[in-house]
Design a protein around this ligand. Structure first.
Ligand SMILES: [Zn+2]
Length: 260
């Protein structure tokens, strides 16, 4: 099966855009882009012309480069969520949960992952063990619940968590170090989390990205997935939430992070 080569392109202060290239056909695609000039400079260096950009959600720090990329690369396909057309003015192709999109010979399934916004989607390239999940799941964290409900965000996180454990998680921001600090506050005895803290510190000290992690790793360290772990449940109970209700535990954890 055809595979993608994936490159991180840091943008703005802590955003990640991604450039993907189908190893069979050489077709190039992009996931999210706030800064077209910066992206064009990256692509020029490679000598590549992108065919498509895959948008995860409408926030400006994910889509503001789209217009400039379309001007530079006429015919560029711009994928976006079908029920968010008004907020994705430069999108050309609209998709929904379960749709298949492709880049060259590489196929992705669209996953609807609302919560951060009510029109958020992720792209799962199963053949490349890769998911591009925008601001839904972060390494050791999750996006703020701006528009959806906590129940929706919990369900979206569980949907991503159900992908094969070897799936690489390509998220929208480098928030890992602060996410790990919070995770340790609610899950202090988690040995894998402690090991991850050391790994993250070393990478950041070297100026390296902490992305991608994997779904397997996130299941072990991400407090927003560990709603059945006793320490996370206890932290929720201390906030007066029903520790036996996964959504209540998720809400308590997310609310505590908002105020951390
Ligand atoms: Zn966002």
């Amino acid at each position: 099966m055809a595979k993608l080569e994936v490159m991180l392109v840091p943008q703005l202060s802590d955003n990640y855009s991604y450039v993907m290239r189908c190893e069979d056909t050489g077709d190039v695609g992009i996931v999210d882009c706030p800064d077209a000039e910066d992206m064009i400079a990256f692509l020029n260096k490679k000598g590549w012309t992108p065919k498509a950009i895959f948008l995860t959600h409408h926030h400006w720090d994910h889509i503001d480069g789209t217009k400039g990329l379309k001007e530079k690369y006429p015919g560029l396909k711009v994928y976006g969520y079908i029920h968010d057309q008004k907020r994705l003015p430069d999108a050309t192709d609209f998709v929904d949960e379960g749709d298949t999109v492709s880049l060259g010979a590489c196929e992705a399934k669209v996953l609807f992952t609302p919560g951060h916004t009510i029109g958020h989607i992720a792209y799962h390239f199963a053949g490349s063990d890769a998911v591009f999940c925008g601001d839904t799941m972060f390494a050791a964290g999750c996006g703020r619940v701006f528009e959806g409900t906590f129940a929706q965000m919990h369900e979206s996180m569980q949907k991503l968590a159900a992908l094969p454990p070897e799936t690489k998680v390509y998220c929208g921001h480098e928030y890992t170090a602060s996410n790990v600090r919070f995770a340790l506050a609610v899950d202090p005895e988690n040995l894998e989390l402690k090991a991850f803290e050391v790994e993250v510190k070393q990478l950041r000290d070297e100026g390296q990205p902490t992305i991608p992690t994997t779904i397997g790793k996130e299941l072990a360290v991400n407090p927003f997935l560990r709603v059945d772990a006793p320490s996370i449940q206890q932290a929720a109970a201390e906030m007066g939430k029903d520790a036996s209700d996964p959504v209540a535990v998720f809400e308590a954890t997310r609310t505590r992070k908002d105020n951390f």
